[in-house]
Design a protein around this ligand. Structure first.
Ligand code: SF4
Ligand code: F3S
Length: 106
């Protein structure tokens, strides 16, 4: 499966949802996650994310491994998103900022 990691938080560009052939992105208040049971590993979403927040589960950066479990957990609670929407106005300011996990809204 592919996994949305920390840098999506407060960026939430949503370019990723447009290319997913199986509609497995789920939307929370300030982040998206992938349902690992639906993802077919097509790889299409990874290059679409301007924040470079999407990785294969086999290729997760150091310290981001726990996002696999978090994607699984949150995709059960959050609704599917299939159409791109406007990102937050300050999305670009948050791109690449460390410590965003503390700001994850559920
Ligand atoms: Fe969807 Fe493909 Fe990305 Fe999986 S790898 S979330 S199937 S676009
Ligand atoms: Fe997040 Fe990147 Fe999609 S910032 S919403 S994973 S395009």
């Amino acid at each position: 499966t592919y996994v949305v990691t920390e840098n999506c938080i407060k960026c939430k560009y949503t370019d990723c949802v447009e290319v997913c052939p199986v509609d497995c992105f789920h939307e929370g208040p300030n982040m998206l996650v992938i349902d690992p049971e639906e993802c077919i590993d097509c790889t299409l979403c990874e290059p679409e994310c301007p924040a470079e927040a999407i990785f294969s589960e086999d290729d997760l950066p150091d310290g981001q491994e726990h996002f696999l479990e978090l994607n699984e957990e949150l995709s059960r609670d959050w609704p599917v998103l299939t159409e791109k929407k406007e990102p937050p106005e300050d999305a670009d300011d948050w791109d690449g900022k460390p410590g965003k996990l503390d700001m994850l809204e559920r």
